[in-house]
Design a protein around this ligand. Structure first.
Ligand code: URA
Length: 182
């Protein structure tokens, strides 16, 4: 199956109720053969309006961080745990994660990346099957099956904590750039 074929299936998904409140499905975007898959949490208002992940304020910062790793948005593939926007940008519910993540698994299988960069707690905990927070796991490689998983803070968190968290996010993306050199 191709990503385009999978997207048609996800458009028709009714496994949870979030489709009812969406403007657009936010399936994912980028290089279908990417070496790096970036996994975020869920679409916000801007993403819902445009049908593309990480296009709002967090997305602008993510694009800047990718540049520190010598990556562009076209080099990587960007997707989220949830493909539809939760109301009021609330956190994903466990049932929603359960319902939606088979799509992420299928995307991952098709793209077959070497690295999965998990952005924030929800992506990190889902991909690594852990209860540990991203603060404890960030900035180094963890193994999940055949993937190298690299957790980083969520850009929204870095934007709220520019003096403390943003420098750590920058450091982590520079380190990612070095890891990608080998
Ligand atoms: N935050 C996310 O986790 N994903 C998006 O697509 C936008 C903001």
């Amino acid at each position: 199956m191709t990503l385009d074929e999978l997207k048609l299936e996800v458009e028709a998904c009714r496994s949870c109720s979030l489709w009812q409140g969406r403007t657009n499905l936010v399936f994912g975007v980028g290089n279908p053969h990417a070496r790096v898959l970036v996994v975020g949490e869920a679409p916000g208002a801007d993403e819902d309006a445009q049908g593309e992940p990480f296009v709002g304020r967090s997305g602008k910062l993510l694009t800047e961080m990718l540049a520190l790793a010598k990556l562009t948005r076209d080099d990587v593939y960007i997707a989220n745990i949830l493909k539809c926007r939760p109301p009021e940008n609330r956190n994903p519910l466990p049932d929603e994660i359960k319902a939606c993540t088979p799509w992420l698994r299928e995307q991952t299988r098709i793209i077959a990346p070497e690295f999965i960069v998990t952005v924030g707690n929800f992506a990190t905990q889902f991909v690594l099957k852990t209860d540990l927070g991203v603060t404890k796991l960030r900035g180094r490689i963890h193994e999940a099956g055949r993937f190298k998983v690299y957790p980083v803070f969520h850009p929204a968190y870095a934007l709220r904590n520019r003096n403390t968290v943003l420098p750590q996010l920058e450091e982590d993306f520079r380190t990612l750039g070095k890891l990608l050199e080998v």
